[in-house]
Design a protein around this ligand. Structure first.
Ligand SMILES: *Cc1c(COP(=O)(O)O)cnc(C)c1O
Length: 574
């Protein structure tokens, strides 16, 4: 059994226990585990008030709200309680179980959502895990101890015997302390841990003062155990960095794209990483129209997404029709949620993702007059923006405001460029937007996009990607054949940052001289690129392939090691 630990997990579009890519990836991974019959169990936290809801005030300020949802409507109480010591308190934890059914309905994967919200705890403790990523400091530390150590103890209490713990991003790395407590042998602990690092931005790594960690865990493990697993004696005010804790104790450390491996090896000096490029669940992310089309022409694509390379055989007219129908649904949504009055005939671009500085969500609006010029010369442009920012992120809040202001300016100047900001981006909206636009725009600062997955979802639906050459796109992009790159193509080991001006010139230049001409004057060639987006990307950039790589390159290694250990010592924890 593989124990898959993750801070956020998006298992259902009605359950707001996620903020962005990490949670969506977890949900897609579990779906592929179920489909491919990988023996696994997931441990995550029950965010009863979600991450944040989003509305925009009339001046473009993001207004936050908690995301209420009915836990018992979607999840089963696991009917089990455990206690862990957390500082001076004994905290009682329970879990709710969500069962992910395989696509064929013949297999299941369980995900346990832990919560301290039980009557045994005091009111303050009950709230610790209410909201995802909103609180920092000691609350964040408590959340991560509940995830790592509470999760470990919960699996034990339910009588799971995982032979491998897959730590997805370092939030759950405290489970290493539990493993050490039970095994008391650093090498055995390491052979049980796979760590996937998801962020190439060291500033975002979780760090806590040693004295806080020691105080929080003092009745669980001795301080010396913490020194031992950190392989360093920390003073009280030194920071314990969870990414380093995970790196030092994982037999295998995994990056999420080839580029990210090289970026991470610079951050984690002295360590060699493997990489498994992220994917998406192809059935979840195909629009209803594309699903029907693929089922008609590519028998077996659900079981084997590799077969999607056969998209070339679909008649152009039917392929175009699936796109037009998806686009009509999107335009209907845009027009019902905004007064932008989009029309289906006009070229439509989407920039939909979390709003955070490195993603440069507003880059394309940097020079509104230039954009208007291009539209006047080459044809109308409609742009959809969507995405939430962390409520405490001033850069994100300012970026949303600037999108709002630029769109008001543009609306006062022309009808040739139309802009809509769709509030409250979520899985449901993502599904509609990414299948219905004509171009998927993504321009993060290179090399900070570890992988990215939204462009894979667009490609699966025949929407070409127009993206900075970073993360997964650096592996996939064939310029002008399955989409377009923004900025130069860097070497794998090149860590230089993107230049805003250079990237912006590429965005405007390629829109004007490549993309709009194709779309408006030579749609049959645009259609070729749309088909190539599917046939060259969907067969590989999916979670079935990703999970298969994890199984063969990482999980099976764990089993082999376990057998070797049994030969040597007679003990195997499987
Ligand atoms: C896929 C997805 C993401 C991740 O998007 P990236 O652009 O790859 O960061 C975030 N939010 C939602 C709702 C998604 O569907």
């Amino acid at each position: 059994m593989i124990a898959y630990f993750v801070m956020e997990c998006a298992v259902d579009s009605r359950i707001p226990t996620y903020s962005g890519g990490l949670g969506i990836l977890a949900g897609d991974t579990l779906q592929s585990f179920a489909d491919l019959e990988v023996p696994a169990v997931c441990v995550t936290l029950l965010w009863k008030s979600g991450f944040t809801g989003q509305k925009l005030a009339s001046d473009g300020t993001q207004l936050d709200s908690i995301q209420e949802w009915d836990v018992e409507k979607y999840m089963q109480p696991a009917n089990i309680k455990i206690k862990i010591p957390l500082g001076g308190k004994d905290v009682t934890l329970t879990a709710y179980k969500y069962t992910i059914e395989s696509t064929k309905g013949d297999n299941e994967i369980d995900a346990y959502f832990l919560t301290p919200d039980v009557p045994e705890n005091d009111p303050e403790t009950r709230k610790i895990c209410d909201r995802l990523y909103i609180e920092g400091g000691l609350t964040r530390l408590k959340q991560e101890i509940i995830l790592g150590i509470g999760g470990y103890e919960m699996l034990k209490a339910i009588k799971y015997k995982p032979f491998l713990y897959h730590i997805n991003e370092s939030h759950s790395a405290f489970l290493i302390a539990s493993l050490m407590k039970d095994m008391n042998d650093l090498n055995r602990v390491k052979s049980r841990v796979v760590f996937t690092t998801h962020s190439p931005i060291p500033a975002t790594f979780d760090k806590f003062a040693m004295k806080d960690v020691a105080a929080m865990l003092e009745r669980y493990v001795d301080k010396h155990v913490l020194y031992e697993i950190y392989q360093e004696k920390l003073e009280d005010n030194d920071e314990l960095n969870l990414s380093w804790l995970a790196i030092k104790n994982a037999k295998n450390v995994v990056a999420v794209s080839r580029k990210h491996k090289f970026v991470s090896e610079q951050i984690f000096e002295g360590y060699r990483l493997k990489y498994v490029t992220n994917g998406i669940h192809h059935i979840k992310w195909a629009s209803a129209h594309h699903k029907m089309l693929y089922t008609k022409y590519i028998k077996g694509w659900e079981d084997d997404p590799d077969l999607l390379r056969g998209v070339a055989c679909i008649p152009d007219s039917e392929f175009a029709q699936a796109h037009i129908l998806s686009k009509e649904s999107l335009i209907e949504m845009v027009n019902s949620e905004s007064d932008a009055s989009f029309i289906p005939e006009d070229f439509t671009i989407a920039m939909a993702k979390r709003v955070t500085q490195y993603k440069r969500n507003n880059l394309i609006l940097s020079n509104p007059n230039k954009l208007i010029d291009i539209a006047e010369r080459k044809g109308n442009i409609q742009i959809i923006f969507a995405g939430k920012t962390h409520p405490a992120d001033p850069d994100g809040i300012a970026m949303i405001k600037s999108i709002h202001n630029a769109s008001q300016y543009i609306a006062s100047k022309t009808k040739k460029v139309k802009i809509a900001f769709l509030e409250n981006y979520n899985i449901h909206k993502a599904n509609i937007i990414l299948a219905g636009v004509d171009l998927w725009l993504n321009n993060p600062v290179r090399p900070l996009e570890a992988s990215g997955t939204s462009g894979m979802k667009a490609s699966l639906n025949g929407v070409p990607n127009f993206s900075v050459l970073d993360g997964w796109w650096l592996e996939a992009c064939m310029e002008g054949i399955n989409g377009w790159g923004i900025g130069p193509r860097p070497a794998w080991t090149d860590l230089s940052y993107s230049d805003d001006v250079q990237d912006l010139n590429d965005i405007y230049g390629k829109l004007e001289f490549n993309i709009l001409d194709l779309y408006y004057k030579n749609f049959s060639d645009y259609l070729k690129i749309m088909k190539m987006a599917v046939s060259s990307i969907a067969p590989y950039f999916n979670t079935h392939r990703m999970v298969s790589e994890y199984v063969t390159d990482l999980y099976l290694t764990g089993i082999v090691m376990c057998y070797l250990e049994r030969e040597k010592t007679g003990v195997c924890d499987m």
